[in-house]
Ligand binder design. Structure first.
Ligand SMILES: [Zn+2]
Length: 386
């Protein structure tokens, strides 16, 4: 039987940046396409026909039963300089879990590789699963452009199909994923119960662009000061409310060393266990920014770009998996294809322990022993569900 390390080492070099050690696997670019070739080879080796759904998602099918299928799998694409485990662990574990199942008559089992989960190329996270579920308009998706100006239609070679009958043939979905925090503690594997509400806001700080050498300190209307204060306030307000807030993206105009900026645009990513907490957090950060802007002689406006409410996974399925695995149940602050699909099929997740909790970084980790435990757990889950 193939072990985890053997299969993992086949994927490990694909798209790895030698400088950072992180991964550059963007949807339909060469590294991600090489991962898809690997996927087809693994499916071939197991006599599993591969279905492409017209949206760039791949599903390798095992078994020929008529009834609703059991779907598992995850994604290959990464954030810029992302970790090795986020996504691919769920696909590698799926093939290896199938190897551990007996051949007793059972439901069809599908292993999925979803396209553009991170949204790193076209800016829409869970793009493939959103198209599959019919919540993203195919024509709108086709026109999305990457940083080089290529459209999604060009990358995919067609306008996406959108909703197909694939989901109608699926009875439940279980995605295995590396844990992206340190919530698991003593357990190697846990069952996901929910995804926290998540929002993105844009803050525009406007002031007066001016000369860095001749403008008296007292005469300045420097939006960078308001921005800097707001970054600190966001961190403090999130801590006070037990939520998460991050300002990890910023654009400055004119972006010159010798100029007081005229505009600083910062993006706030915030997540909390409840929608009310999330809204209150965004309002509190905005209020602090406005107070500071008054002192700085600047202005600030807040624009909501997206807010995703809480996704609760299927309660019955979560309880069943927790019972079968005797595993802890935990929510997560990270978005997943499972969050999108949970609106259409009963869905749950398995998380494999991440010793440092670091994710979306080359330092993301899971031990081989925990990955093997994850494969065993997924095999038990597939056995139970099929
Ligand atoms: Zn992921």
């Amino acid at each position: 039987m193939t072990g985890f390390r053997e299969l993992w080492d086949q994927l490990a070099p694909i798209g790895r940046d030698p400088g950072s050690g992180g991964y550059l696997r963007y949807a339909w670019e060469p590294a991600e396409l090489a991962c898809r070739d690997w996927f087809r080879a693994q499916a071939d080796a197991r006599d599993m026909p591969v279905e492409e759904d017209g949206n760039g998602n791949l599903v390798a099918w095992r078994g020929a039963g008529d009834g609703p299928a059991v779907l598992t799998g995850s994604h290959f694409d990464s954030v810029p300089h992302g970790g090795a485990y986020d996504g691919p662990l769920g696909i590698v574990s799926a093939f290896l879990a199938l190897d551990r199942l007996s051949d007793k008559p059972r439901k069809r089992i599908g292993v999925a590789a979803f396209a553009e989960e991170e949204g790193a190329r076209f800016g829409v996270p869970c793009l493939g699963s959103r198209l599959l579920a019919g919540v993203l308009d195919p024509d709108r998706a086709a026109a999305l452009t990457d940083r080089g100006g290529s459209t999604l239609a060009e990358a995919l070679g067609r306008t996406p199909t959108g909703r197909t009958d694939l989901l109608d043939r699926v009875g439940c979905f279980a995605e295995l994923h590396v844990e992206q925090g340190r919530a698991l503690g003593e357990a190697a594997v846990g069952v996901g119960s929910a995804i926290w509400p998540h929002g993105r806001w844009r803050l525009d700080f406007t002031g007066e662009g001016n000369h860095a050498g001749t403008t008296l300190m007292a005469d300045r209307h420097d939006p960078m000061l308001t921005f800097a204060y707001t970054v600190l306030a966001a961190n403090k307000e999130a801590r006070l409310s037990g939520a998460h807030a991050t300002m990890g993206r910023v654009a400055v105009e004119p972006n010159a060393t010798n100029a007081v900026p005229s505009l600083v645009r910062g993006w706030l990513d915030a997540r909390a266990a409840q929608s009310e907490t999330l809204q209150a957090l965004a309002e509190a950060i905005h209020k602090r920014a406005v107070e500071r802007a008054t002192r700085d002689g600047t202005a600030v406006s807040l624009t909501e770009e997206s807010v995703t409410p809480e996704v609760a996974f299927d309660g019955g399925l979560v309880a069943r998996l927790a019972r079968v695995l005797e595993a802890p149940v935990l929510p997560t602050g990270a978005g997943h294809d499972a969050g999108v699909l949970s609106g259409y099929v009963p869905t749950a997740m398995l998380f494999v322990r991440n010793p440092t909790g670091v994710s979306h970084s080359p330092a993301e980790q899971a031990t081989d022993a925990d990955c093997e435990a994850g494969i065993d757990a997924l095999a038990r889950v597939l056995d139970e569900l099929s």
